[in-house]
Design a protein around this ligand. Structure first.
Ligand code: NI
Length: 176
């Protein structure tokens, strides 16, 4: 396994539509292993293949149980409700913006061996599914916002939500 370099906003790779994965081979497995290692090292919650420079439809998402799901050729098959909250991206480090997403999302995807399965998630996991799948079509969350949140706006949001703000300040995760 190896860490891969995360592509930053401004690189046109992040604006391209990715091609489906058709070979479930050793090269794909190596990509997925590297993406997982890169995600953990970056303390993020999700990573899409184009963020490491690979224009293929593959993402990794950390779910509520802190398992990293590998989703190949994923598609959203069900979405319900609505949530509005701060969202970040490993390709836009240190920034957040308020984005409205479904509260619940179910996806259909292939695993690293090509078997189809379904996965679902609420809250942050649902947000992350939407965020990562958009990367595969060349879209970033910044298309949904009118400004990046200031530190004061972010803290005000967390206080309003009843979070322990001192704990939040110590964390730097949550980017996808
Ligand atoms: Ni992202």
């Amino acid at each position: 396994m190896a860490l891969r370099k995360i592509v930053l906003q401004g690189d046109e790779i992040l604006t391209k539509v990715c091609r489906p994965v058709s070979n479930f081979d050793e090269r794909l497995h190596e990509l997925l292993d590297d993406m997982k290692e890169t995600l953990l090292q970056a303390n993020g919650v999700g990573l899409a293949a184009p963020q490491v420079g690979i224009l293929r439809r593959a993402v990794v998402v950390m779910n509520d149980e802190e398992e990293i799901l590998e989703l190949i050729n994923p598609e959203i098959i069900d979405a319900e409700g609505e949530q509005t909250g701060p969202e970040g991206c490993l390709s836009i480090p240190g920034k957040t913006g308020m984005v409205t997403r479904p509260e619940f999302v179910r996806v259909r995807a292939q695993d690293r061996d090509g078997n189809w399965f379904e996965a679902e998630g609420y809250d942050l996991t649902a947000r992350c599914f939407c965020h990562e799948l958009e990367h595969l079509d060349g879209h970033l969350y910044t298309e949904h916002i009118d400004h990046f949140l200031s530190d004061e706006e972010l803290l005000a949001y967390y206080k309003e939500q009843g979070y322990d703000v001192e704990e939040i300040e110590k964390e730097d995760g949550g980017e996808a």
